[in-house]
Every structure is written in structure tokens, then in C-alpha cells.
Design a binder for this molecule. Structure first.
Ligand code: IPM
Ligand code: MG
Length: 358
């Protein structure tokens, strides 16, 4: 098959980790006789440096013309003092909105090979950790209007609006229930319905949609309780369905308790027929950029998600995931997941090993 992939390496370690995933994708081309036409486009800080804006028109056009978009990471201290309207993060939010990528899937799993690095107590981690956060990505307080800063009664004042309509809630709820049907058939919807009006509508709509999925068990948690339950006993969760802001926070929490944020991939999907965007959960790690220290596995596993969910290539996705597991089983590690008796590899060597193990 011939597929167009738009690469957005971005900032910091972005270009290094994307290169390693591209190496693995080339391996898949060979093994499965596909042709991936890969074009590169600018996003984030590197786009600001080159063009003055974090999401140039040319990047939007390249993404729209692709079958899937594959991103590294954006942001860094260099652009921290820039006009907020053109911060690197605006590039990412902009491409999510432009492509209508309303469904953000963030799996957090404890790799058996890395169970020792889990941050939780052993009796807790022994119960397992295999969940997926389904986060609404193009609405909520991230995009709600009005928003801004102004002087009110002589005081500098900032404001945002957390807003969801029933359509936005229903479509992400469908994603969550359908995701659960392919897993352990449990959805936990997370909101703040004891305080927020927007959450009361959220809960009402999610409950209505759940009637179309009688095989899936639905529960509800307030976000404060959910964040606590996640460290107390993550094994209770299968699919966590939540809005944009709560999902941003809970997905970081879910990722880090596995002890290996450098391992976790993500997918952002829109309506059928629009390209999805695939990227590691972690950020641009400017402190280790350019030193070949970054762990490319989250990015390589994001390539697996792209193959499975973006390009409909299940066997190819399986092959990538198996190559990652094999490499870990052989004892190869990057610095972030290093432990005694293992072999330390740099970014490029890890990419090589995984490609070799395909
Ligand atoms: C994420 C990130 C982004 C977000 C930032 C970089 C805009 O934290 O993908 O979780 O807040 O959505
Ligand atoms: Mg985040």
C-alpha cells in the first residue's frame, strides 16, 4: 500500500525521536511491501524561528494532504517569553482544531519488562495497570469563548470558559464506549458535576449515550477523587472518559505512575476520512535535546498506533510493538528506564535495535 505521512518533528528532542520512528517505519515498508511517502513540515518553536508563526499555512496544507500526521514534540524555554498568541503550543492546539481531532487516546500500561520502575507500591502495581484515557481534545476550557485578559475594576483579570454542548460530549462518549468494547468493557467518566454546570450536562449526556452500549459498564467519578484513585488502585480503570483539561492532567498522572513516561504513545483522531495525529505523550525535553539521550520508544509506539488506527495496518502495528518488547526483553534500555544489569543505549542505538528486531 502507498500512504502519505506528514512528519512534524517540532522542537527539543522531537527531531531525534521522530528520526528513530522513521527508521522503524522504513523497516515496516520493507517487511510488508508498503510505500510511505514522508514529507516534513514545521510546527511549534522551530516554525516560529523560520516563519514567525507556530503553525504555518504550508504545514496545515501538508497535514490535510496526508493520510496520517506524525509528530515529535513542541515547546521550550527559548519561546517562553514570546507573545502568548504565537507560543509553540498554539501550533499543536491549532492543528488539533484545524483537523477536528476531538478524540485523544492515551493508553497507560505497565510494561512487564519495566515493572520495577513503577512508582506505586509493589502490592498495588502487582494488580496491574492497563488503562486508556479518552480525552476530548477540541473543546472545553481550552477553546471556550470568551477568554482573555483585561483590567476589571483596576485589577488585572484573566478568564476562560469551560463549555461543552451535547454533540461534543456525545461523540467523545461514543469513542470511549467503542474503545471499551474492544477492551475490558468498563468506562469511568470523570467530571466535576458536584460543582460545575458544564459537568452536569456532561454526566447527563454520557449516561444517555451509555444506553446504546449495554455491554459496557459505566461509572462516574469526580476529578479530584479520580486523581486519587489513579494512584491508590489504577487496576480499577479500563477506559477513563473525560474532558480536555481533566484529561490533560489525568493522562500525565496515569503516564508517570508507570515509571516510564518515555514509553507511552498517543493518538488524536477526528471524523472518519480525516488524518489522525500521532505523538508521544511526553514533551520536548529541552534539557537533554541534541545529546542522543532521549527514549524513542514512546514515539516508536506512536508509530504503531498510527499504523493501527490511522492506516488500518494491524499486523504492521503488532510487528512494531513486538519488536519493542523483544528489545526490552533482551535487556536494552535508554537512561530513563535503565536499571542494574541492563545494557544502556543512546537514542540512535535504541532505534537501530528495534528496527533490527522487526
Ligand atoms: C498535551 C500537552 C498539550 C496540552 C500542550 C503542549 C498544549 O500538555 O498534549 O497533553 O495541554 O494539550
Ligand atoms: Mg499535557
Amino acid at each position: 500500500m502507498k500512504k502519505n505521512i506528514c512528519l512534524l518533528p517540532g522542537d527539543g528532542i522531537g527531531p531525534e525521536i521522530v528520526s528513530e520512528a522513521v527508521k522503524v517505519l522504513h523497516g515496516i515498508e520493507k517487511k510488508f511491501h508498503h510505500t510511505f511517502m514522508m514529507t516534513e513540515a514545521l510546527i511549534g518553536g522551530s516554525a516560529i524561528d523560520a516563519t514567525g508563526v507556530p503553525l504555518p499555512e504550508a504545514t496545515i496544507a501538508a497535514c490535510k494532504a496526508s493520510d496520517a500526521v506524525f509528530m515529535g514534540a513542541v515547546g521550550g524555554p527559548k519561546w517562553d517569553t514570546i507573545d502568548p498568541a504565537i507560543r509553540p503550543e498554539r501550533g499543536l492546539l491549532g492543528i488539533r482544531a484545524t483537523l477536528g481531532l476531538f478524540a485523544n487516546l492515551r493508553p497507560a500500561t505497565l510494561f512487564p519488562e519495566l515493572s520495577g520502575s513503577c512508582l506505586l507500591r509493589e502490592d498495588t502495581s502487582a494488580k496491574g495497570l492497563d488503562l486508556i484515557v479518552v480525552r476530548e481534545l477540541t473543546g472545553g476550557i481550552y477553546f471556550g469563548k470568551p477568554s482573555g485578559t483585561e483590567v476589571r475594576n483596576g485589577l488585572r483579570t484573566g478568564f476562560n470558559t469551560m463549555i461543552y454542548n451535547e454533540e461534543e460530549i456525545a461523540r467523545i462518549a461514543h469513542t470511549a464506549f467503542q474503545t471499551a468494547q474492544k477492551r475490558r468493557k468498563k468506562v469511568c467518566s470523570v467530571d466535576k458535576a458536584n460543582v460545575l454546570a458544564v459537568s452536569r450536562v456532561w454526566r447527563e449526556v454520557v449516561t444517555e449515550i451509555s444506553r446504546q452500549y449495554p455491554d459496557v459498564e459505566l461509572s462516574h467519578l469526580y476529578v479530584d477523587n479520580a486523581s486519587m484513585q489513579l494512584v491508590r488502585d489504577p487496576s480499577q480503570f479500563d477506559v477513563i472518559l473525560t474532558g480536555n483539561l481533566f484529561g490533560d492532567i489525568l493522562s500525565d498522572e496515569a503516564a508517570v505512575i508507570t515509571g516510564s513516561i518515555g514509553m507511552l504513545p498517543s493518538a488524536s483522531l477526528g471524523l472518519p476520512g480525516t488524518p489522525g495525529l500521532f505523538e508521544p505523550i511526553h514533551g520536548s525535553a529541552p534539557d537533554i535535546a541534541g545529546q542522543s539521550k532521549a527514549n524513542p520508544i514512546a514515539t516508536i509506539l506512536s508509530a504503531a498506533m498510527m499504523l493501527r488506527l490511522g492506516l488500518n495496518m494491524d499486523a504492521e502495528a503488532d510487528a512494531v510493538e513486538q519488536a519493542v518488547h523483544k528489545t526490552l526483553q533482551e535487556g536494552f534500555r535508554t537512561g530513563d528506564i535503565m536499571s542494574e544489569g541492563m545494557t544502556l543505549l543512546n537514542t540512535v542505538q535504541m532505534g537501530d535495535k528495534i528496527a533490527e528486531n522487526l
